[in-house]
Design a protein around this ligand. Structure first.
Ligand code: PEP
Length: 251
């Protein structure tokens, strides 16, 4: 199946509002020149409104870096799907390894966030991936399977097509180490097989699976040549207009 590539930039806790708007405008320009692919940026919450406004006449997609599961209530520090909808944001990264590792979000909470997002009309970019220790002890596939099973619990087939998956080996995020194309393809193929078994082939074939972990201009072309890699979730290299431009223009 022909899946439309998606290049997404995760800006993490970087950039002031004006810096974010400038970088988003540069990405929107590149995006306009590449009509056969989708491009997304995920600014910090503080910059979401202005970035969304600045991009309203472009095809660049805007995502939040997380989302709560309830519509409203006593959840200090959280932002709900309704609040994102209110500012025209329809995507959210969920389950990023930094949320899992630094802030203690477990698969049960990620499942809550994911289902809350879907119920509130927000399309999740769900991140899964193994740690170095899990890889070195031969547990990559079993860890991915457990994350997928728990994170997607209760997600029906008719909602699955709204989800983008991101395979992000924790040991490759922000470290300069990239998974080899073989390692990445093997994990992506497993994720697609899982979706085939849990849902159906049609759905598995339609879900976009991004690779994340030190993606750079130098490695994007080889990664994108793999049959089950449909795009990239980019951290560090998405913070410079020039490197993000080259990644968006992968060949
Ligand atoms: C990320 O933030 O999801 C990521 C993959 O970061 P980096 O590209 O810097 O490794």
């Amino acid at each position: 199946m022909n899946r439309r590539p998606l290049i997404a930039g995760n800006w993490k806790m970087h950039l002031t509002v004006s810096e974010a708007v400038r970088l988003a405008q540069a990405a929107a320009q590149t995006c306009g020149a590449c009509p056969d692919r989708d491009v997304m940026v995920a600014p910090a919450f503080t910059a979401l409104t202005k970035v969304r406004e600045a991009l309203k006449d472009t095809s660049l997609l805007v995502a939040a870096q997380n989302v709560a599961w309830e519509r409203e209530g006593a959840y200090t520090g959280e932002v709900s799907p309704v609040m994102l909808q209110d500012i025209g944001v329809h995507f959210a990264i969920i389950g990023h390894s930094e949320r899992r590792q630094i802030f203690g979000e477990d698969d049960a909470m990620i499942n809550c966030r994911l289902r809350g997002a879907l119920a509130g009309g927000i399309q999740p970019v769900l991140c899964v991936g193994e740690t170095l220790e899990e890889r070195e002890t031969g547990r990559t596939i079993s860890v991915l399977e457990q994350q997928m099973r728990q994170d997607l619990q209760g997600v029906s087939a008719d909602k699955m097509h709204q989800i983008v998956l991101a395979y992000e080996p924790v040991w490759a995020i922000g470290t300069g180490k990239t998974a080899t194309t073989e390692q990445a393809q093997e994990a992506h193929a497993f994720l697609r097989r899982f979706l085939t078994e849990e849902y159906e082939k049609n759905i598995a074939d339609g879900v976009r699976i991004l690779y994340g972990g030190s993606v750079k201009p130098e490695n994007i072309d080889n990664l994108m040549a793999q049959p089950d890699i449909d795009g990239a979730l980019v951290g560090g290299a998405a913070l410079q207009a020039e490197s993000f431009d080259r990644i968006i223009r992968f060949r």
